[in-house]
Every structure is written in C-alpha cells, then in structure tokens.
Ligand binder design. Structure first.
Ligand code: MFK
Length: 557
C-alpha cells in the first residue's frame, strides 16, 4: 500500500506549553495561578481539540456580504463563518474581554486575560481582532471620563452573556492614509441637534460590531490630527437598520480572510463626541495601545501554534532514515524558532504585567513610562518575529506546508497582517522615539534592565546580562550621535534602533525567566532559549550612509 503521512496533531495547548506555564509560574502568585489554571487548561483543551477541528472543517468558508434582499431593499447583511459565531459565544462566556475589567485578580488580571487570549487565538481565525478592538474601546471610553457612554457601552463590551455582549469597531483608516490618520476626510456636521458623519472609511475590520469608535473632523475644525474629534456610534438602530452606513464591499485580503473587513460610506451616521470636539488622535490612543498589546499576544499565539504543529510533525515525519526530530539540522532550525518565540512571549507578558499594574493603580510613574514605551516595542518586535518564524514553520513541513488543506499556509498569511495593522513597523519605530522622549530618555529602560538582571547568577546568564547592557550602551550612544528629534539620521535609523531595544528587552526578560526556571523548576529550557536568542543577535544598529540609501532606491539620475 502507498505511504500515507500521519498529519500533525495538537494536545492540550495549555498543558503542552512549557514556556507559557513557566512564565505564569514566575509572574503570578501561587494562589492566583492555582485559581486560574483550570480555566486555562480548559481553554487549552478546546483550542487543541474541538475548536481546532472546527477550524480545519471551516477552512474554506469566508464572510459573505449581501447588499440587497430579494425585493430590492438595501440590507448590507454580513454573515460570518461558523467558527466565528462559535468564537463569539466562547469569548463572551469565558470573559476574554471581561476578565480584564472584572479585576478578580487585581493587578494580575491582564496576565490572566492575555493567557486566555493566547490560548484562544490560534484556533479562532483571528476573532481576536474584534475582541482587541472591543477591549480597546472599553479602555478608551473609560479613559475619556464620558460617564454617559461608559454606562451605555462598557457593560455590553465587558459582558459574559453572549446575548448582551457587544464588540466594537475601530474605524480610523481612510484612503488618504492608514498611518497618517491626521489626513482623515470624514466630516461631522451638526444637523437637527445631532452630529452626523459623512465620509468613506477604507478599511474597517470586523464590521459586524454593534458600535464603533471613529474619527471625523467637525466642520470648521483645522486640518491635521488635532482638528479631528473622537466619535461614538452604534451601527444599527433599534429596528436593526444600519445607522447611515453603507457597506460598499468586503476587502479581498492576503490573510485574515475570516475577518469581515469592509469599505464603508458614512452618509449621515448619527454619532456623538466621546471626549471634546478636537484632539481625536490623542483620545483614541488608549484604544491603540490596547490593540497593540493584543497584536503582540496574537503574534506569540500564532508562533506557538506553528511550533506546536511543527514539533509534532517532526516526530512523525521520517526522512533519510530517521524522524526529523532526530536530525541535527532540523532540530537546530526549530530551536532557533523556539528561542525567538520565547523572547516574544516574555516581552508580551511584560506588557501585560505593566498594563495590569497601571490599571489597578499600582504603577509608579517610571512603570507608566515603561508601559508606554514597551507597548510599541512589543508590537513591532513580536510582529516581525511572527512573520519570520511562521515562514520557517511552513518550510519545516516541506511541500505540505505550501498546501492549503493542511491549514498551514493560513498561519503565515495571517501573521503577515501583524506588522501592518495597528501601526506598521516604521510607524511604531517612530512612536518608540516619541515614547522615549516622553520618558526622558533611555534611562528608564536601563534601570529596568538592571532590575531584571540583578538576580541573575548562572555564569551563562551573567554573560548575557553584559550583552544586554552593552547593547543599551550602544543605543544610548547612537541616540546621542543621531542628533535631535526630527533629524533625518534619527528617523532613518529608528527602526534598527527600536528593534534593538525590543530584542534587548526580550533577552533581559528571558534571562530573568531562565534564572527563575533554574532555581524553581530545575528547567534549563529558558536558559537555552536565552543563549540562543543571544547568539541570533540583539544589536541591529548599523552605520548607514543616507546618501547611499537614496541612491539604492532611486532608479534615475
Ligand atoms: C489581533 C490584534 C490586533 C487587532 C486589531 C485589529 C484592528 C485593525 C484595525 C486597524 O488597523 S485600525 C487602524 C490602526 N491605525 C493606526 O494604528 C494608526 C497608525 N498611525 C499612528 O499611530 C500615527 O503615529 C498617528 C496616527 C498617531 C499620528 O497621528 P498625528 O495626527 O500625527 O498625531 P500626533 O501629533 O503624532 O499625536 C497626537 C497626540 O496623540 C499627541 O499628544 P499631544 O497632542 O498631547 O502632543 C501624541 O503624544 C498622542 N499619541 C499618539 N500616539 C500615542 C499617543 N499617546 C499615547 N499613546 C500613543 N500610542
């Protein structure tokens, strides 16, 4: 009989994940971990079992937009996939957004939430997108101090009852620019005592949401981000009719194909101010910072899924006389991916720890500054790692990784959105410079690195500490030599600089985890991951000639 390859399989995605379990063991008090572990194991079971099976079975289904009914009424109805409907129910019931606001575990509530999100995400076809925006909207509304809107929307956004649960959109992107949001063309007009929005939103994720936060320029306001206001709107009225919104089409995207991303025309959508009549970009920033943290946890989650499948496959796939798991070169390749993924996980949960602390009112000003800085660093660093790791994961399956019905290609396609939405790598690199300036320079990171590394004793980790400190020295030197805010040299090197800070922070965090795991878990894996990440290199700073860069990208002259 012809040979048939056994496919990769998944076990309980919590129980099998040593990196996550060690991280939680270090980050959480024993009683908190004991209380949430049954929830995590149950989510891990669902993610590796029922949800994963449904995901494979649902692979070909995509959201469908019906614009007109049979009788000529414009309905703009969107049907999402079966897995998405299931994911919505599970997300509500299991409190994927709610648990961050219930604060059952005080400042540890974000770590609890991120652990659940990390387990849930890879088996639910990027349903994390509406959840991220929902969480971000709740946070932005609370930060706005608008009591009326908080009372109206937040109980829905944070509900555990599927019938009460709302998701939120975040409608920012217009044809003029996904990054340069200050160019927004949507206008807000006062009509019969209400504000109505007119414009075209070019890329609105998860259009099935019940509400959205969006930006528009009240008539007469000046151009630029300051002249925009942040608006709240509900997408349908009590009868289910769309609120002055036309869905023009769903986007035909490279990945995240289960996410119904739409192009919308606002033709008099009734909306209200969230927080004053200007400074919309500033007022939506709390939402961005939350969705950027979700982006990081999604990056880790997709890497983990790829590695779980690749690891199982390596045990089953025999080539040149032995399973791949026994082939030194294959082992070496996967080990490098594990190290990148382990660093990303540490940085992401560091952000979760800081966010939880800040929301519980237990962060010092230095920790608040660190959170502001670590958020773009985590977003940009982990997103790029996810694309690189998942590209290698696909290769680790050979031709099978390139075949759609294995379910594997979607991992890479979905990962490719992570460095794009919620701010591209370059935009986030520039945001890092801004956050650093607000924090008063690199000292805040140096102090944190010193704190993280102070308990490091193992000789291999002491060497790694020196590497982190040397890298931060280089960063400080580069900042001084690159010149003032706004200089071309600073801007040109911002990405290398931010990636270096992100990787240095990952390595410092991994070294701390490694020392913990040696002492408390007799486990050398985090040490091995730290050593491997160190070998890959964390310092990406380079002397680059700006004139040569221009020459390289210019065809003429
Ligand atoms: C699965 C997980 C993820 C799921 C998410 C899925 C949903 C995807 C849908 C989307 O993709 S939504 C679109 C996401 N778009 C972006 O992330 C926009 C990217 N562009 C930027 O971030 C630009 O830097 C920015 C729009 C902020 C620049 O706009 P402006 O008008 O030039 O604003 P400016 O002057 O830089 O900042 C205005 C104010 O906001 C400043 O405060 P002040 O007025 O007091 O000086 C800034 O300090 C503040 N600000 C900006 N970014 C901030 C911030 N404050 C805190 N945190 C930030 N991140």
């Amino acid at each position: 009989m012809a040979f048939v390859q056994a496919p990769p399989a998944l076990g309980n995605q919590y129980e099998d994940d040593r990196a996550l379990r060690s991280c939680l063991n270090r980050a959480l008090p024993r009683d908190v971990l004991a209380e949430i572990e049954p929830e995590l194991a149950s989510m891990g079971g669902l993610a590796g079992g029922e949800l994963y099976r449904l995901q494979l079975a649902d692979r070909k289904n995509e959201p469908v937009l019906t614009r007109w009914d049979a009788w000529g009424n414009r309905v703009d109805r969107i049907e999402v996939t079966r897995l998405w409907r299931e994911a919505e129910r599970i997300a509500a019931e299991r409190g994927l957004v709610a648990c961050a606001y219930e604060r059952r575990h005080g400042m540890h509530s974000r770590v609890h939430q991120f652990a659940l999100v990390y387990l849930f995400t890879p088996s639910t076809d990027i349903y994390s997108c509406p959840l991220a925006m929902t969480d971000g909207a709740a946070r932005a509304l609370i930060a706005s101090g608008n009591e009326k809107l908080v009372a109206r929307a937040v109980p829905h956004l944070t509900s555990r009852a599927p019938a009460q649960f709302w998701t939120s959109g975040q409608w920012m992107t217009e044809a003029t620019g996904g990054s340069d949001v200050g160019q927004t063309e949507t206008v807000a007009r006062r009509e019969n005592g209400r504000w109505k929005l007119y414009g075209r939103k070019w890329f609105t994720s998860a259009i099935g949401s019940q509400m959205a936060l969006t930006l528009a320029r009240p008539e007469g306001n000046p151009p630029g981000g300051k002249g925009l206001a942040l608006f709240y709107l509900e997408t349908r009225d009590e009868t289910g009719r769309l609120n002055g919104i036309r869905v023009e089409r769903l986007k035909d995207k490279l990945g995240t194909r289960k996410v119904p991303t739409a192009e919308l025309t606002l033709e008099g959508a009734a909306a209200e101010f969230v927080c004053g009549e200007s400074d919309g970009v500033k007022h939506i920033a709390p939402m961005l910072n939350v969705t950027r943290a979700w982006n990081a946890v999604s990056a880790c989650a997709l890497m983990r899924r790829g590695l779980a499948l690749a690891g199982d496959y390596a045990k089953k796939r025999v080539a040149f006389g032995a399973p791949l798991a026994e082939k030194p070169l294959h082992v070496d390749t996967l080990a490098g991916l594990h190290a990148e993924s382990a660093g990303a996980l540490q940085l992401t949960f560091f952000v979760a720890e800081l966010l939880g602390r800040a929301e519980a009112g237990q962060a010092s000003p230095a920790q608040e500054a660190l959170l502001r800085l670590a958020t773009p660093l985590a977003k940009l660093t982990t997103a790029r790692q996810a694309v690189a790791v998942l590209s290698e994961v696909i290769e680790a399956f050979g031709g099978a990784g390139y075949v759609e019905d294995t379910g594997l290609p979607a991992l890479l396609r979905d990962a490719q959105v992570l460095p794009i939405w919620e701010g591209t790598t370059n935009v986030l690199a520039l945001d890092t410079l801004r956050a650093l300036e607000e924090a008063g320079g690199i000292a805040v990171l140096r102090r944190e690195a010193g704190f993280l590394l102070q308990g490091v004793r193992a000789p291999e980790l002491v060497k790694i500490s020196a590497q982190v400190e040397g890298t931060l020295d280089s960063c400080e030197g580069w900042l001084k030599s690159a010149g003032k805010t706004g200089s071309a040299e600073l801007e040109a090197g911002a990405r290398r600089f931010a990636m270096t800070l992100g990787r240095a922070l990952e390595l410092a965090l991994l070294a701390r985890q490694a020392q913990f795991s040696l002492e408390h878990e007799q486990d050398r894996r985090p040490l091995a991951a730290a050593r491997r990440l160190a070998v890959h290199g964390i310092n990406l700073l380079a002397q680059v000639d700006a004139e040569e860069s221009r020459l390289l990208v210019c065809d003429r002259g």
